[in-house]
Design a protein around this ligand. Structure first.
Ligand code: SAH
Length: 215
């Protein structure tokens, strides 16, 4: 009882930090407040779980910084179309997946490292989140059998714009994607028929979007 109360307060505090960081969408702030981020980090880092920082999750990967999770989520919810299904590339520990699952009907997420995907699957089930489909595979290819998606959120930095993913958007759909290698820019891609409008949001730092899946 006291543990879950503390978690709720920690989530609330984290949401407050994000307000100071410029996050305005109440739906996103409520989702951040609700998701128990400590469950997604390694036990030794539990005390840092509600800080606004990225943390290591093993296999050379990270759990994204809450501010960037919130910002990317806010961007896709601001699309001109209702956002019901979302494709995430780079499940990692599943934190962004869990935040999205609070806000849209269905989340599809692809991860290239099998062991991370396995852990994320187990945790998301434990948290009773059932509107999620996970796949082990190469995110550069997207998830063509489930396409098109209202929104696509790429949580690793693509060296170049991932064209295959752009074509898995519905008309009017929006993709948010970090692009670059040493210097990375968060970009918004909006599909208008066969055209795509692209705008830059901010400089960011993500782990690279690598080609090919591994065990
Ligand atoms: N969404 C996560 C962020 C994880 S870090 C969160 O909420 O914290 C990015 C993840 O992308 C890593 O787990 C990495 O293994 C994965 N990744 C990198 N290249 C990939 C690719 N080509 N396909 C799928 N996943 C990829």
């Amino acid at each position: 009882m006291s543990v879950s109360l503390n978690v709720a307060r920690s989530g609330e505090r984290l949401a407050q930090l994000l307000v100071q960081d410029g996050i305005k969408d109440e739906r996103v702030l409520a989702a951040i407040a609700r998701v128990p981020r400590h469950a997604f980090v390694q036990p030794a880092l539990t005390h840092k779980a509600y800080e606004n920082t990225a943390l290591p999750i093993g296999k050379g990967q990270t759990i994204s910084q809450p501010a960037i999770v919130a910002r990317m989520t806010e961007i896709i919810l601001a699309a001109q179309i209702p956002v019901k299904n979302v494709l995430e590339i780079g499940t990692g520990c599943g934190y962004q997946t869990a935040v999205l699952a609070q806000l849209v009907d269905r989340v599809y997420s692809v991860e290239r490292i099998a062991s991370l995907q396995f852990q994320a699957r187990r945790l998301l089930r434990q948290l009773d989140l059932h509107n999620i489909n996970l796949k082990h595979g190469d995110g550069w290819k997207g998830w063509s059998s489930k396409a098109p998606f209202d929104a696509i959120l790429v949580t690793a930095a693509a060296a170049t714009l991932p064209e295959k993913l752009m074509h898995q958007l519905v008309d009017g759909g929006v993709m948010v994607v970090p692009v670059g290698t040493t210097e990375q820019v968060l970009k918004i891609v909006i599909r208008n028929g066969d055209d795509f409008s692209i705008s830059d949001i901010a400089n960011v730092k993500f782990v690279p979007l690598v080609a090919g899946e591994i065990e």
